[in-house]
Design a protein around this ligand. Structure first.
Ligand code: NAI
Length: 699
């Protein structure tokens, strides 16, 4: 049963019942229509209450039905809403907890709405690049008024029922707010009895949208929405549909909404957003670690090393309410780490994001120490000391010696072999990589590195921890650079080769930023510090002498240009400023280096820059997928969307490659293989195979 039917005296109570949030899937819609017809036919019934079982009225469309023909199979959501609206007996939607998307559209089809305080009301379709396509853009303005409805629909943000009840404009949305904590069904049935005989039945569709000086209002709204929408078409389409509620008769407005909705479903931006939505959910799943795998408790954590990363990780933990013991070797480093945490919290308070009391509460969760004994009882230790295997060995041997049995020993290493680190302990099953991104308290991505011996419960705990920290956890296997950094290395190599051949940093950055990246490779390197890559390249030259890089990045560092922190990098920086200014000295260095290589510099089109950078990611991504370092293509997309500023409207590198078409990607790789440093372009076998089979990365 996905809609329960019961009769209480003269009132039929229809309860949507499709856990977890009463998604309006086909079976639920069909059962609701049946129940409405049954109530209409039942002579004893004079009014109908429509409510949701469990923890929601309804969360809207059933996401399991997304992209499936079921969503369009009768009875569609439209048909259900029309059935409600056309009911000869009054229908009262009884709303609690969650009333979103199609759930709110359904409630707007009812003749009356009663709600429990605290219900969250939203039309979040815009977040998936869509608009509310079941009458939401036509009915919500009729109850809230044009401006508040527009704000809700264009932002997709939830409002709480109390706020709406308090606005004079929105008196129409709820006919009654029940007393806090009261019984929803009882309150709704009592309301239904009171209005059972009232005729004509009030219908939202019969109301008019009133707006003073509508043309001027729409001009201003269009300008505002266009500016905020960035590359996404949905917000403006939402606006046009909402505007139709004021300029067209109801049925015409509905048809207009429908047409815009269908057009949006076909946009690549909406496809990308929906891909990201499902990719995030998929990333939390590991095939051989079922959802019911028991996680270990994490009530107290230790962070070893209070530098850039250790400080940020400690902050991420205390922000989630987890007490942290922060361990260092030296008092000055410890003091500096704690001062950094305090400063960040105080900055958040100065911006009004935290109260003074919250700052104190969070600071009280940080216990600084120089003694390993003080962390022995922690459930989890996250190591963030220098990136040096010898130092890691010292730390992990100590952790192994002092930590209680069952504690999880995690490393934040970005390049070292986790299995070797695990082998420094007698408990490799308890060792895992937790690779945070800088700044660790801000960046959403957490790469969870699964070693050869990492226990399933340890992996389950790490995935649960990511969620607690508000991060997107993505599981990666052991290799140099894991998913994100291993791919970015190929991207950075191409950026360097482009300099050798004729481009300048500002041109490369501008081209990839126009593609949609938050920051181009050279501005990014200046921010992170060019010395980090320098050290990695020095090590690589010994380990893998055949892998070539442009020498320009080394020349830059040899000249002391480490980036923003040294006041100069790929760009010049005025004292105290972070704005990147193109540098004549860097240009000279690059041009001179090309001459030394005997390269005649050429004009490089932006299109080539974008293809070389992005396809370098794709080709390495394909190898990572084939080697099983990533579980699925969408995990790679999640890494790039949440950790590397890849443009969301393009859905991540692998999804983007799918939309371009893998044959075009392969053809470009083969073309680049004929050019400068062409051996960087050996196509990944998986890419070749998928092209031969006519398949995509994302299925
Ligand atoms: P950092 O140099 O800022 O901090 C390292 C800290 O560890 C220093 O405060 C040092 O005093 C302390 N330390 C050294 N040996 C120690 C020991 N035996 N016991 C306790 N503390 C000790 O380095 P950063 O940037 O924070 O990097 C730390 C780790 O995080 C490295 O493995 C690095 O590869 C990784 N990582 C760095 C990222 C970044 O953007 N900086 C990003 C992701 C990972």
């Amino acid at each position: 049963m996905s809609a329960d039917y019961a009769v209480r005296g003269n009132v039929a109570v229809i309860t949507l019942n499709n856990p977890p949030v009463n998604g309006l899937g086909l079976a639920t819609r069909a059962a609701a229509v049946d129940a409405l017809q049954r109530a209409a036919a039942d002579d004893a019934v004079e009014a109908i209450v429509l409510m949701g079982a469990g923890k929601a009225f309804s969360g809207g469309a059933d996401i399991r039905e997304f992209n499936s023909p079921k969503a369009l199979t009768e009875p569609t959501l439209h048909t259900l809403i029309r059935t409600v609206e056309a009911s000869p007996k009054p229908v009262v939607a009884a709303i609690h907890a969650v009333c979103m998307g199609g759930g709110l559209e359904l409630a707007l089809g009812a003749h009356y709405r009663v709600a429990l305080p605290g219900a969250r009301i939203a039309l979040p379709e815009v977040k998936l690049g869509l608009l509310p396509g079941a009458g939401g853009t036509q009915r919500l303005p009729r109850v809230l008024g044009l401006a508040p409805a527009l704000e809700m629909i264009v932002s997709g943000k939830p409002a709480m029922s109390e706020q709406l009840a308090d606005t004079p404009l929105s008196a129409g949305l709820f006919d009654e707010l029940l007393a806090p904590g009261s019984d929803l069904a009882e309150g709704a049935v009592a309301f239904a009895r009171r209005i059972a005989a009232v005729r004509p039945l009030p219908r939202v569709r019969d109301r008019l949208v009133e707006q003073a000086d509508l043309p001027a209002f729409l001009v201003a709204a269009r300008a505002r929405v266009t500016a905020a929408a960035g590359p996404f078409p949905a917000p403006l389409a939402c606006l046009e549909a909402v505007a139709a509620s004021a300029t067209m008769p109801f049925e015409e407005g509905l048809a207009f909404e429908r047409e815009r909705f269908l057009a949006l479903t076909r946009t690549v931006e909406s496809k990308a957003l929906r891909h990201a939505f499902f990719a995030e959910r998929a990333a939390a799943k590991v095939p051989d670690v079922p959802a019911d795998t028991p996680a270990r408790p994490v009530e107290r954590a230790a962070v070893v090393g209070a530098g850039t990363m250790g400080g940020g990780i400690a902050l991420a933990l205390v922000n989630a309410g987890i007490p942290v013991t922060l361990l260092e070797t030296r008092q000055d480093a410890l003091d500096k780490g704690v001062a950094g945490i305090r400063k960040q919290l105080e900055t958040a308070a100065a911006k009004g994001r935290l109260s003074a009391e919250q700052v104190q509460q969070r600071l009280a969760l940080v216990m600084p120490t120089l003694a390993y004994e003080d962390i022995a009882a922690c459930d989890l230790a996250i190591e963030a000391v220098f990136e040096d295997l010898g130092v890691k060995e010292t730390v992990f041997r100590r952790l192994d010696a002092v930590m209680k049995p069952g504690a999880i020993l995690a490393s934040n290493t970005s390049t070292l072999d986790l299995d070797r680190i695990a082998a420094f302990t007698r408990r490799p099953q308890d060792v895992i990589g937790l690779h945070f991104f800088s700044p660790a308290n801000v960046m959403k991505l957490l790469e969870i590195v699964r070693g050869q011996h990492t226990g399933k419960d340890v992996l389950a705990t790490a995935l649960a921890l990511a969620k607690r920290l508000g991060k997107t956890g993505v599981v990666a296997g052991v290799c140099d650079g894991f998913i994100g950094n291993r791919m970015v290395e190929q991207y950075l190599r191409q950026a360097g080769f482009l300099l050798d051949e004729g481009a300048l940093p500002q041109q490369v950055d501008a081209a990839i930023e126009r593609f949609g990246f938050a920051m181009g490779p050279f501005r990014m390197s200046d921010l992170a510090g060019n010395d980090i890559g320098w050290a990695i390249r020095k090590r690589r030259r010994q380990e893998m002498p055949d892998v070539r890089y442009s020498r320009t990045a080394d020349l830059l560092c040899e000249g002391g240009r480490f980036g923003q922190k040294s006041g100069a990098g790929w760009y010049d920086y005025r004292p105290g400023e972070r704005t990147a200014q193109p540098s004549a000295a860097v240009e000279q260095m690059i041009v001179r280096h090309s001459a030394e290589l005997g390269i005649e510099r050429r004009a490089i089109a932006d299109e080539e820059i974008v293809e070389r950078l992005v396809y370098a990611l794709v080709n390495e991504g394909a190898r990572i997928l084939e080697e099983g370092i990533a579980q699925r293509a969408s995990d790679i997309d999640m890494v790039y969307l949440s950790g590397y500023g890849f443009p969301l409207q393009r859905g991540g590198p692998m999804f983007y490659a799918d939309t371009v078409g893998l044959p075009a990607v392969l053809a470009a790789a083969e073309r680049f293989a004929q050019g400068y440093q062409g051996d960087a372009w050996r196509p990944a076998p998986l890419l070749v195979r998928l092209v031969a089979e006519g398949k995509n990365f994302n299925g």
